[in-house]
Write a new protein. Structure first.
Length: 357
């Protein structure tokens, strides 16, 4: 009865709020996920922030790891200061990375994570628009290009530092700085000309890439798979090689990989499928197919930064409460939902109803 009241949009706000507050004291992880998801969807439910924070805090202590509840809470902007501070000290770098991406994380937590040993965590801090400018300045000098690149793309970066990063030795950093909306037109034009000249001078020839593809060492072939100069033929060759799953994973992560190759890799081992699910070039219908195979892949599809808006919009109606929770959170974290529901995907419903639990 309580669930029927809570999920019925016609139920009075005061009644729904009372029911939600009661259910937020549940001890079952899935129930908490579902309640938190409904509260997010229904703006008329005004559950006390302390109760919501308490529910998220309990959920963050779950020992479930097949679908890590800590990751869900770490990325939820409603999580409280103490919860995010504790999760920010987790031994799991994935949890710390989610906290670093959370716009509700305090300056103290951001400063702590800016000194994390994992570059991906520091990169998430650099990309967060709530990160203090003083922390961004430090990260703009990080030894890892991926961290500097995220700092270079942050629109809150001071102009003087942005100008410096436009001349960074790493192409990825310069490219990110060029895309920063804070960069002036004159700076962009000058830096673009220098960047193109640098690319022409450093880009390996087709002959060199072919020799690398034939190399017996997997790490050499992986360098080709990651290389932006690798064309469709080379990526297709590497994507079909049976010798190394690591090479196929690199191909699956390359945004220049042809759709046909990504489709074939979607039937590869689980780690390769994960890379396909997170690749911004993966076709929408393939993302939907992957989301229908497992809850883990569905969550990863939602977290894909380049996922078409209609995919999380549709997954927000998934029958699994965790998938709904993460998808709705993605849409409400600053991404607007599409005005038209993706009925063009077939009959308007994803094949997730057949997903094995």
């Amino acid at each position: 009865m309580q669930w029927a009241v809570l999920e019925n949009p016609a139920s009075p706000s005061e009644l729904a709020t009372s029911v939600a507050e009661s259910l937020l004291h549940a001890d079952v992880d899935e129930d908490l996920c579902q309640v938190l998801g409904v509260i997010r969807e229904r703006a008329d439910i005004d559950a006390p922030a302390c109760v919501v924070d308490g529910a998220l805090d309990r959920l963050s202590k779950s020992r479930r790891r097949d679908l890590d509840m800590r990751l869900v809470v770490a990325g939820d902007e409603r999580a409280g200061e103490k919860t995010l501070s504790r999760l920010g000290r987790s031994a799991d770098e994935n949890v710390r990375r989610e906290v670093a991406s959370n716009t509700s994380a305090t300056d103290a937590v951001m400063e702590q994570l800016a000194g994390d040993s994992e570059p991906s965590v520091r990169a998430s801090v650099a990309a967060n628009l709530r990160t203090p400018v003083s922390v961004l300045e430090i990260l703009s000098h990080d030894q890892e290009p991926q961290v500097r690149a995220e700092a270079a793309g942050n629109r809150n970066l001071p102009q003087s530092i942005l100008t410096t990063l436009l001349s960074d030795p790493a192409d990825s950093v310069r490219a990110a700085a060029l895309r920063n909306p804070a960069a002036s037109e004159d700076l962009v034009r000058e830096a673009e000309a220098e960047l193109e000249l640098s690319r022409q001078q450093t880009r390996p020839s087709r002959e060199v890439l072919e020799q690398m593809v034939a190399d017996k060492r997997a790490e050499v072939r992986m360098n080709v798979a990651f290389n932006p100069a690798a064309d469709a033929d080379l990526l297709m060759m590497l994507g079909g090689e049976p010798r190394s799953a690591q090479v196929r994973r690199a191909v699956a992560a390359n945004p220049n990989t042809p759709a046909a190759v990504l489709r074939s890799l979607a039937d590869d081992d689980y780690q390769v499928r994960q890379e396909v699910a997170f690749n911004g070039a993966t076709p929408r219908d393939l993302l939907i197919d992957l989301a229908g195979r497992s809850v883990d892949l569905a969550v990863l599809v939602v977290m894909n930064p380049d996922v078409p808006l209609e995919v999380p919009d549709t997954l927000g109606q998934d029958r699994n409460p965790l998938v709904r929770f993460v998808a709705t959170g993605h849409l409400q974290s600053g991404v607007s939902s599409t005005t038209e529901h993706p009925a063009q995907l077939g009959n308007g419903r994803l094949p997730i109803c057949t997903r094995p639990e």
